[in-house]
Write a protein that binds this ligand. Structure first.
Ligand code: UDP
Length: 379
């Protein structure tokens, strides 16, 4: 019998497993339905000899020194500063939309005037969410804001979420604010770096402790059941703790109805030329059904004759057919989630953590930080 059961071998589950075994000396069984560790961070070398991220681009960035210090026990790093371009009116311009983007899209005099007004109104270096910029009462800035809203956010967001920017949580479009600067980097965090042997190798080291037993290809439903406030493991009452990082509605047999998510179809293409595009990611806010193309060779440089790209086609989530990539934020989804979260509180030895269990749009550094904090709180 194990002291702890952990469902899911992504960042939340792996960090908790590492802490529990290393610091408490307790045993853990990780139950993972996929045939690999690492959750959506899983990466691998493909037939072109290029490291790809199987579930879409994962670019590590953080301002949190504690997260870097912790993960550095399990990996060395290579520096990588992410840059994204968006295809707008036939040009490829920096995203987040910034002063350089204005220079590329507007006539010189007009660009100068708009830039001066932005700097005067917000200050050089400020970051302004598009829905905030939309509130401006200056006619020139309103014209600029409408242009950015229409060309950068509107169609991309409709493709990505099936909703308009003002229908989704303000924090989502605020992830990519208009940046009053000439810094073309996608993130400005102090630490921008990737595990030098990839995420999968990092997870292998996180999970290397001999007290960690890993059960791959194992849906939790085949091992764990909940009845009332009791957890059962392989048919017997379980007295240890269950850390659950999977879909919370599945843990309770969807008793309050199923939670909704946004999914993606990920199409990898193998291209017979050395390079495909100018930067790692090009966004297509206005053309095509996909939102963006990633070329992995820019992320993990390697000399090869061919290249590998990934096109992301957002999709409605269909249980059993595709994966739940993004939790939703509509009132009805959040209310349903709250009912599950309250149900979970009835079970003393159950802990929820992660994007799926907490139904939250966590970044990688945030979930590592949350797992470290949770460990301190509980133990
Ligand atoms: N977004 C957009 N146009 C862009 C980039 C982002 O409209 O060119 C919006 C869109 O709603 C997206 C959100 O900003 O879902 C957050 O973008 P981010 O790149 O952070 O998304 P992720 O990489 O997590 O999918």
């Amino acid at each position: 019998m194990y002291d702890y059961l952990i469902v899911g071998a992504g960042f939340a589950g792996a960090v908790m497993a590492e802490r529990i075994t290393t610091l408490l000396g307790k045993s853990v069984n990780i139950i993972e339905k996929r045939s690999h560790i690492g959750g959506n961070c899983f990466d691998t070398i493909d037939t072109n000899g290029i490291r790809i991220h199987q579930y879409g681009p994962h670019l590590f960035h953080t301002d949190n020194r504690a997260v870097i210090d912790y993960l550095s026990n399990f990996t060395d790093w290579e520096s990588y500063e992410h840059e994204v371009l968006a295809s707008i009116e036939g040009r490829e311009v920096p995203i987040p939309f910034n002063l350089n983007s204005i220079d590329m899209l507007f006539p010189e005099e007009r660009a100068k005037k708009l830039e001066a007004k932005l700097i005067e109104r917000y200050g050089y270096g400020d970051k302004v969410p598009i829905l905030e910029l939309q509130k401006t009462d200056d006619t020139d800035l309103k014209e600029l804001s409408d242009y950015i809203y229409k060309n950068v956010f509107l169609n991309y967001t409709i493709k990505q979420w099936g909703m308009r920017p003002e229908e989704i949580d303000l924090d989502v479009t605020a992830r990519v604010p208009v940046h009053i600067s000439r810094d073309n980097r996608y993130f400005q965090d102090r630490y921008q770096q990737l595990p030098n042997e990839g995420y999968t190798a990092l997870f292998e080291r996180l999970l290397a402790h001999p007290l960690i037993a890993l059960s791959l290809d194992t849906p939790f439903q085949s091992e764990i059941k909940i009845e009332g406030d009791q957890i059962y493991y392989r048919g017997e009452p379980f007295g240890g703790k269950l850390l659950f990082t999977g879909m919370i509605d599945e843990l309770f047999d969807e008793c309050f109805g199923s939670l909704d998510y946004r999914s993606l179809r990920l199409d990898f293409e193998y291209i017979s030329k050395e390079w495909y595009q100018a930067k790692s990611v090009i966004n297509y806010p206005n053309e095509y059904d996909f939102t963006r193309i990633t070329e992995f060779k820019h992320i993990h440089p390697v000399t090869t004759e061919n290249t590998t790209i990934l096109k992301e086609y957002p999709q409605p989530y269909i249980r059993g057919e595709n994966l739940p990539y993004y939790p939703l934020f509509r009132l009805k989804d959040q209310e349903k989630y709250r009912r599950y979260a309250m149900r979970a509180q009835e079970i003393e030895n159950l802990i929820l953590i992660g994007r799926l269990a907490e139904y939250r749009y966590y970044d990688m550094d945030d979930i590592v930080s949350r797992a470290l904090e949770l460990f301190e709180e509980i133990f």
